[in-house]
Structure formats: structure tokens, C-alpha cells
Design a protein around this ligand. Structure first.
Ligand SMILES: NC(=O)c1ccc[n+]([C@@H]2O[C@H](COP(=O)([O-])OP(=O)(O)OC[C@H]3O[C@@H](n4cnc5c(N)ncnc54)[C@H](OP(=O)(O)O)[C@@H]3O)[C@@H](O)[C@H]2O)c1
Length: 266
């Protein structure tokens, strides 16, 4: 069965990932609607609609007439509730779109039960909650789990690199180029609903210390790095590699290539 994609709503279309997704959708010739909590003028072929997935305001109107919803909006917590509000609004609007969700590698493998786990790794539980909402939505769905984006880890090393002594958790990361995740999501959005698809991860696994050191060296900062054991069961699972997907190291652009280009921009 070949379904024509005509109108796509992108939640999170104003975010780091979303801004790379929308031009690809436009290139593919589909109408692009972007949900944002901030009202914006429609520009560059993108129709912005105001709505908030936390309160539900504006969501039913935002999904009217769409055949595809690319759900990228996310925060550190509460993504399960946001996904449920989105699904409820879709049902109330009487539409039946293909719902594509971006999750994170390890969402189902990091046990988040205690107070400490919720403080440190609540994000992983929140992504898993949203996955379950999507799976049980009754809509045609596709979920992609990705490893940490280069942009996110760059933000992390930049912030931590300002400290006189830089703490590094005993975590590893498999950073992936955000644009490569965007391209895969667009491919999925233009295709048939596929359920939980193969994960997507970057080409190389690094310790957090290695990422920090590469940034400090590249920016000429001489700082000691102190390795710290993160507390709680969830962090232990993360430290054991729950967030890695070495069998799906399909990303092309390396952290080194990204870092060199990013620092040259400054
Ligand atoms: N960054 C990573 O390494 C990584 C890895 C795997 C998966 N992911 C997932 O990828 C997605 C995008 O990540 P990102 O780094 O691009 O995020 P981001 O830059 O922080 O952007 C977040 C987006 O979510 C929207 N949003 C937040 N709360 C909302 C609400 N209550 N109602 C409506 N929209 C809301 C924001 O829109 P407005 O501010 O315009 O309202 C914004 O466009 C997230 O779901 C994240 O969990 C990220």
C-alpha cells in the first residue's frame, strides 16, 4: 500500500532537530505545519500553529487535516503526558494520521524507580512513557530511538568546560549528527507506518571524559577532569551502556568532524 503524504504536523519543529527536519519535508513537496508554544508568522513555506502539549491548548486545531504527525517536541520530563494529550487531540479531531515519534536509545533499558533515579534519569522514563502512548494509540505509528545528538553533547561539554575542575560521570556516549537523525525521520515519515524500527547511533563510542578532553584540548583549556560515579540504579544501567547501540552504529559524521566544524563557526 502506498500512502501519499500531503500535510505533516511537526511538533518540536522549532527545536534543534525539528529545524533540520522541516526543510527536508519541504524539499519532498509536502505541506509543513509546525507546532510551537509561541505564536509565529508563517514563513519560508512553513505554517506555524500555536499550541501547548502540556496544557492541550491549541492541539486539536493543530492536528486538523493532517495525514502525518512527526512528534519531536520534548523536554526533560513529562513526555508521556504530552504524547497522551497529542493522541487525545488527534482522536477528538477525528483524523487518523501516521504518528512518528523520536525516542532515545535505552528508554526501555534504564530502570527508573527511586527518587534518585527520577532526579538523574527521569528523562529516560519519560521517553519510555511516550513510546508506550504511541504504541497503544490505535494510530498507525513508527518510533525511532536515537543516541545523543552531537549538538546536545556539545552543549554539555561547553557548559561543563567552564568549571575549574570538570566532573565526568562514568558514562559513555555514541554521538550522532543531528542532521542524520532528521534525514532518517523524514524517510520514515514519507514511508509506511513501521512500528519500532532499528535504532540509530553514531559511528563511535566515547567515554564522557574523552568527549570533555577533546573539547578542552580543541579550545586550549587546561582543566583537570575528575571522573565521578553517578548514583542510583538507573545511572548504573546507563554507565553499563544502556544508552549505546553498537550494532546500529550507522551514523557517518564523527564527533571530531563535528567539533572541528562547530568550533570554526565561533
Ligand atoms: N538531543 C538529543 O541528544 C536527543 C537524543 C534522542 C532523542 N531526542 C529527542 O529528540 C526530540 C528533539 O530534541 P531537540 O534536542 O531538538 O529538542 P529541543 O531543541 O530542546 O526542542 C524542543 C522542542 O520541543 C518543543 N516543546 C517543548 N515543550 C513543548 C510543549 N509543552 N508544547 C509544544 N511544544 C513543546 C519546543 O517548541 P517551542 O519552544 O517552540 O514551543 C521545541 O521545538 C526530543 O523529543 C528529544 O527527547 C533527543
Amino acid at each position: 500500500m502506498i500512502t501519499m503524504v500531503e500535510t505533516v504536523l511537526v511538533t518540536g519543529g522549532t527545536g534543534t532537530l525539528g529545524k533540520l527536519v522541516t526543510p527536508l519535508l519541504l524539499q519532498a513537496g509536502v505541506s509543513v505545519r509546525v507546532l510551537s508554544r509561541t505564536a509565529r508568522e508563517s514563513v519560508d513555506g512553513i505554517d506555524y500553529v500555536a499550541g501547548d502539549l502540556q496544557t492541550g491548548a491549541g492541539i486539536e486545531a493543530a492536528v486538523q487535516g493532517v495525514d502525518t504527525v512527526l512528534h519531536l517536541a520534548g523536554e526533560l520530563k513529562g513526555d508521556g503526558e504530552k504524547a497522551q494529550i497529542l493522541v487525545d487531540a488527534i482522536k477528538a479531531a477525528g483524523v487518523f494520521p501516521h504518528l512518528i515519534y523520536i525516542s532515545v536509545v535505552g528508554a526501555e533499558r534504564v530502570p527508573v524507580h527511586s527518587f534518585i533515579d527520577r532526579q538523574t534519569m527521569g528523562y529516560m522514563a519519560s521517553k519510555r512513557d511516550a513510546e508506550v502512548v504511541v504504541e497503544n494509540s490505535g494510530l498507525p505509528w513508527t518510533t525511532l530511538r536515537a543516541t545523543q545528538f552531537h549538538d546536545l553533547l556539545f552543549g554539555m561539554v561547553t557548559a561543563m568546560g567552564k568549571l575549574p575542575v570538570v566532573p565526568a560521570f562514568d558514562f559513555r556516549f555514541q554521538p550522532i549528527e543531528t542532521a542524520e537523525v532528521a534525514a532518517r525521520l523524514v524517510e520514515l515519515a514519507l514511508g509506511e507506518p513501521a512500528g519500532l524500527v532499528d535504532e540509530i547511533g553514531g559511528p563511535t563510542v566515547y567515554t564522557m571524559k574523552e568527549l570533555l578532553r577533546s573539547y578542552l584540548d580543541a579550545t586550549g583549556r587546561r582543566r583537570p577532569i575528575l571522573t565521578v560515579k553517578a548514583p542510583g540504579k538507573a545511572s548504573r544501567a546507563y554507565a553499563a551502556g544502556a544508552n549505546l547501540t553498537p550494532d546500529h552504529a550507522v551514523g557517518q559524521r564523527t564527533w571530531e568532524e563535528f567539533l572541528t566544524a562547530k568550533l570554526a563557526e565561533a
